[in-house]
Design a protein around this ligand. Sequence first.
Ligand code: ATP
Ligand code: MG
Length: 406
Amino acid sequence: MSLRLRLNLLVAGLNLGFLAALTWLMVDNHRSAIQEEIEAAHRVTIQMLGTAAQTSRVFGSAPAVMFDYLKSLGRVRANEIRLYSDDGVLRYESPPSTYKAGRRAPDGFEALMRPKLATTVIGLPGARIQIVPDASRAILDAWDSVTAIFLLGLGFVAVLHVALLLFLRHLLRPTEADALRLVATTRQLAENREVIRLIQTGVEEERKRLARELHDELGQSVTAIRLIAASIARGNGSGGAVPGSAKIDEIAASLYDSVHRIVRELRPAVLEQPDLAAALADLGREWRVRHPEIELDLKLEGDLGDLGEAMTLAVFRCVQEALTNALKHAQASRVELAVRRRDGRLEASIEDNGRGVAADGPPGSGHGLVGMRERVVALGGRLEAAAGAEGGFRVSMSLPLPGDSE
Ligand SMILES: Nc1ncnc2c1ncn2[C@@H]1O[C@H](COP(=O)(O)OP(=O)(O)OP(=O)(O)O)[C@@H](O)[C@H]1O
Ligand SMILES: [Mg+2]
């Protein structure tokens, strides 16, 4: 969720909370006021009609006297008055209120506000007066006042909300200086990446040149030595085999193998045809032959054949260095290499079950990890090197694949 949206929700929540509290306070105040008012009006009406009832008894025909009295009295505030004869016939009913005639508060609001007062009945000889408390006008007044203040409050908090957000937007808007700094930093980063990329390309070119020299010069010289040694061993020269010539041939053969291995490391097949899956499979095969005591588990997922030369080479070199590190430092019996292409990224990890590193990470003396990180960062990725999940050491990297949508 964006910062702006979070601020919006926070401000709206606070405003609505404030409005709800204000409304509830008003409703509660009105309810107590209505209870008090209707109770008082009802009590006064009872007293008044009680006195009138006693007087009417004195004057004989109470219902008739009372009828005339009530008619002349008209409506009493917040009470409905009815006169019934003993046989239940309604003789008189006070007129409805003309105040805000034809309107009522909503049922729910009325139910919430209605005071708890019972109907009062005053008995007369031959008749009875029923006094029903009627809070509907007071409740309507309360409804009008609560809705007016609620709407006013709503308008106020809406204006406050907008003003506050405009202010925050102004406050959080990046200044021109910020924008310029950001542009400069981005440019600097891009330049750094480009420099690293050029250095890596230069290093690879130099390796290629060295591989060529080694192969063409040393390789051919060693081959020549082997041929001569073999010839001497067969006794083709001055007649009779020269002692030690077979040994020279053997040493030259081993030197030849070493030169070839170094040439392969300096200029792996991946440089000729950038297929990461094939290159890693080759690397795995060679590793298993040369280090049968360390189990290598290779897991390749997704299409790794068209990653482009830069990425293929970077990942290959990183894997090469991580495997060399596992050999040099880990004393591991197992190494797991996993490379997969997923969600627009290339992810690779090399994890061993060796002695691992101290809790504060690997010591920073060598160049291997630094070089790996530089290669990965130059391609916009990230690299982590730390203790593995079950001890040992783990190097993991994640690189964005250009053109692959995440
Ligand atoms: N698999 C591993 N197990 C244990 N420690 C490791 C492992 N890989 C790296 N380290 C530690 O991290 C350090 C840094 O590794 P790095 O590859 O940067 O340097 P190096 O291998 O010592 O030297 P260089 O790679 O320059 O020849 C190593 O010296 C070692 O202490
Ligand atoms: Mg190293």
